[in-house]
Design a protein around this ligand. Structure first.
Ligand SMILES: Nc1ncnc2c1ncn2[C@@H]1O[C@H](COP(=O)(O)OP(=O)(O)OP(=O)(O)O)[C@@H](O)[C@H]1O
Length: 258
């Protein structure tokens, strides 16, 4: 996936100016920024749900607008932030719906689609909830079913807007390990939005910081997720503590109030 001179505006406000960005297979990118910085707007644009204000986004060298929708759905899968279920679908049905791009010439819900859907539900530890009405699931269970649907779409590029936000600690770690494995073993590319720097750092190979004024910084995590850059990006001083091989990100003590 490639963004060329991509700019995003909301009214008079510039969220992103002239983003030149390339996401390769096997990479996991974390998008970081304050509330309202434009992370979700960027993801929606990368998916093709919102046109760029200028510049363009392409997949495999072909501009998003030039992709037939079904073919595009086989290239990228998107998990939106939060969800609101108006209808009483069973969990398995919401995951099977993600197989739609593969059902051009076949009967609906073929056996291999069912197998892929159940494998995805199992990977997210929610297989036993397959027959449940999604409106009866807890927030975290529903989120895991939604992630399963994103995986079942079986696209090489996954865009996930705060996938771990509603999950308990064990499932947060589990989902990050799963995404990391998909990048390493299956050469998928992942772009995820997260406010949890530690979780993001545990999985990301690269980071894109949105500074909130249209400027941005992109590169390998070790170059971009520095205390100085993150503090500037998030508007709050951040310390990085080494713990064995790990880097732990913590808000610095705020000396202004002492
Ligand atoms: N349809 C809209 N109409 C007006 N303002 C909008 C619209 N969509 C987004 N915005 C504004 O654009 C800015 C960027 O929103 P966006 O959802 O992309 O931020 P974000 O970085 O994902 O934030 P968060 O961390 O809170 O999820 C925000 O200030 C938001 O209020």
């Amino acid at each position: 996936m490639q963004a060329n001179q991509l700019s995003l505006h909301i009214g008079a406000r510039k969220l992103v100016i002239g983003l030149n960005w390339q996401v390769e297979t096997g990479q996991c990118w974390c998008v970081i920024g304050r509330n309202g910085a434009g992370k979700s707007t960027l993801l929606r644009t990368l998916v093709g749900m919102r046109p760029p204000d200028s510049g363009n986004v392409s997949i495999k060298g072909r501009s998003l607008a030039d992709w037939p929708l079904n073919a595009l759905a086989r290239e990228r899968a998107y998990l939106a932030q939060g969800r609101n279920d108006a209808f009483g679908y069973r969990a398995i049905e919401t995951v099977l719906a993600a197989r739609h791009p593969y059902q051009d010439d076949r009967y609906w819900d073929a056996e291999d689609d069912y197998r892929v859907a159940m494998t995805a539900l199992r990977a997210l530890d929610v297989a036993e909830l397959a027959e449940r009405d999604v409106r009866t699931l807890s927030g975290g269970e529903r989120q895991r079913v939604a992630i399963a649907a994103t995986l079942a779409q079986d696209a090489p590029l996954l865009l996930l807007d705060e996938p771990a936000s509603a999950l308990d600690l064990a499932h947060q770690v589990g989902v990050m390990e799963l995404l990391s494995r998909l990048c390493r073993a299956e050469q998928k590319a992942v772009i995820l939005v997260s406010h949890d720097l530690n979780l993001a750092h545990s999985v990301a190979t690269h980071a894109l910081l949105l500074m909130g004024d249209g400027t941005w910084q992109a590169g390998p995590v070790n170059e971009v997720m520095t205390a100085e850059r993150l503090s500037h990006c998030l508007g709050y001083p951040i310390d990085i503590v080494r713990h064995g091989k790990r880097s732990i990100f913590i808000p610095a003590e705020n000396t202004h109030h002492e």
